[in-house]
Design a protein around this ligand. Sequence first.
Ligand code: C2E
Ligand code: CA
Ligand code: CA
Length: 633
Amino acid sequence: MLARPAVSTAPASPQRVFLLVAAFYAIGIALLVLGWYVRLIGGQALLASTAIAGAVNLGFLLVFKTRFNERFADPGLALAQTLAAITLIMFVAYQFDQGRSLVLAWCLVVLLFGVFSFKPREFLTITLFMLAAYALVINLLMIFRADRVNVYLEWYQWIWLALILPSFALIGTRISAMRLRILRTNEELTNALATIHNLATHDSLTGLPNRASLNDTFEHALARAGRSREQLAVFFLDLDHFKAINDTLGHPVGDQLLREMARRLRSSIRGSDLVARLGGDEFVVMVESVSERANLKVLAAKILATIGEPIRLQGHEVKVTASIGLAVFPEDGLDVSALLASADMAMYRSKALGRNRYSEYTHELGESVIERFEIEKGMRQGMENSEFHLYYQPKMEFRSGKMLGVEALIRWHHPVLGLLGPDRFIRIAEETGFILPLGKWVIEQACRQARAWHDARLPRFAIAVNLSAKQLTDKDLVSYVGAALRVSGADPALIEFEITETAVIHNLDEAVVVLEALRALGVSLSIDDFGTGYSSLSFLKQLPVDTLKVDRSFVKDLPHNSDDMAITRAVIAMAHGLSMKVVAEGVEERRQFDFLRDEGCDEFQGFFCRPALEHYKLEALIREHGLIIPAKA
Ligand code: C2E
Ligand code: CA
Ligand code: CA
């Protein structure tokens, strides 16, 4: 996997060494021919030397070809070659009639070969071998060719050689030691470079490629897929509840888990596919040459199964699950970042659908996620820029036809996405916690508006504010509601809070305490979206509320749907039994209006009268009609 940097410390190959040596032999032979021409050596001796040189070379060639040399520590066989060459030189020296010293000079040339590789011991061996060989030559000359040799001159030369060779060897030793040092440094550098490269491209915890190297590999794979018109798949994988494991069992255990998951991921894919860790508990699997999408489902299921196998952590058997998102090139993105983003979105969908599953990217998903991102990041800014507004929807009393109050409904004038209703951002605000400052602003704004309408001498009517479940658990709620009332000078009797039954049901006792405290401030309370939760009569009895709002879904099919008719009747009767008022939501048609009025419902809200309006439109309406606002149609 590791791309090694292009630095090589490998010695020259034996083949190249062989060729070099052979070339020197050729030069030597050429010199011998020249020597024969000037009558320094006889014809027979020339032939014999050439034959020996040829035989030696052939022998080495054979050794190299059969790779016999590879059995030795030095596959270049430098020492053997040197000894062979010296033997040959000595043979030639014996044959030379004069100028033997010239031949001996070749010994120095031969020694040069070893300068870069011989160790001191080898230099010593060669030096001794040369001196011994030359001594042997002198002795042989004295015995067999006494007439042609000047023994004193030969021994004189021997002494010369005996003096020169050690110094030569000394220098050679030095040089070869230096070379070794350089080689070693070079190797260390290479290793260091490789380590750096590894650190830069791999995640140190799991050993998997990291984001940087994923990008790299991914880009190449995309280029290949583009050329061969093949599909390429990316799985974005995020472990479920990893943070909880990390927080409860500790980081070392979290690390152990990540390592194990990395190993399982690796083992569940082909060697040609890529697994990378993006950081945290996020992994990416890239699969090339996808033939059918169906295969990807199989793979995703396989990955989920391997991840889900129990793992022992600190003596406990733990089961970990993952959420996977899948994106495919080219449909879901054309470059690395687009594909990763698509797969990431699909992964979030898996989380939203309940985790431990995989989802494929779709274009609708992309749009909704982009929108979500816009919304999430823009909320704070939006509040600073006063992009949030309250609209007010009249609540009409059946009996008198009078508007008794309005419900404040939030809208966001988003600079890019346009006018957004609360269904587009309230849930996100609840998830991110932004609902707290936003909800506080709504309360303050509603109080200011109540006071402003009072100051503008409009007839009295209440303003209802929606409270989210998160706000109910905010310990500061009661105090900032009190502060908002005081600061604005609004009449608490004109402020009402709407709370869904689901917001109270989970923590009834605490909710009751908060609701009592709110009521103590003088405001009134109603239960919103009644009928969609699981409230029972006994539950309702415990709550200090004044009003029930029948959910729009029950009103929608009135008066055709007999179930809805029965439910609405029962709710009205029940609420009246508990001395509560009943408000019907979402009244759009005359028939709905008539039915509810005949059943004794107290108030209604809906497009049949008016949708939620900007404050100045509501003011204009009241100035025109008073509180008896006529139905629209
Ligand atoms: P909700 O409390 O049930 O509010 C009534 C919703 O019904 C409003 O939608 C209103 O515009 C809509 N509506 C009213 N009459 C009709 C009708 O005749 N037909 C139909 N089809 N719809 C009608 P909206 O304004 O989109 O608000 C949606 C939800 O957002 C609200 O439901 C409420 O739960 C939440 N919400 C609105 N403003 C706030 C706020 O300031 N804070 C919090 N926490 N939630 C808010
Ligand atoms: Ca409401
Ligand atoms: Ca409602």
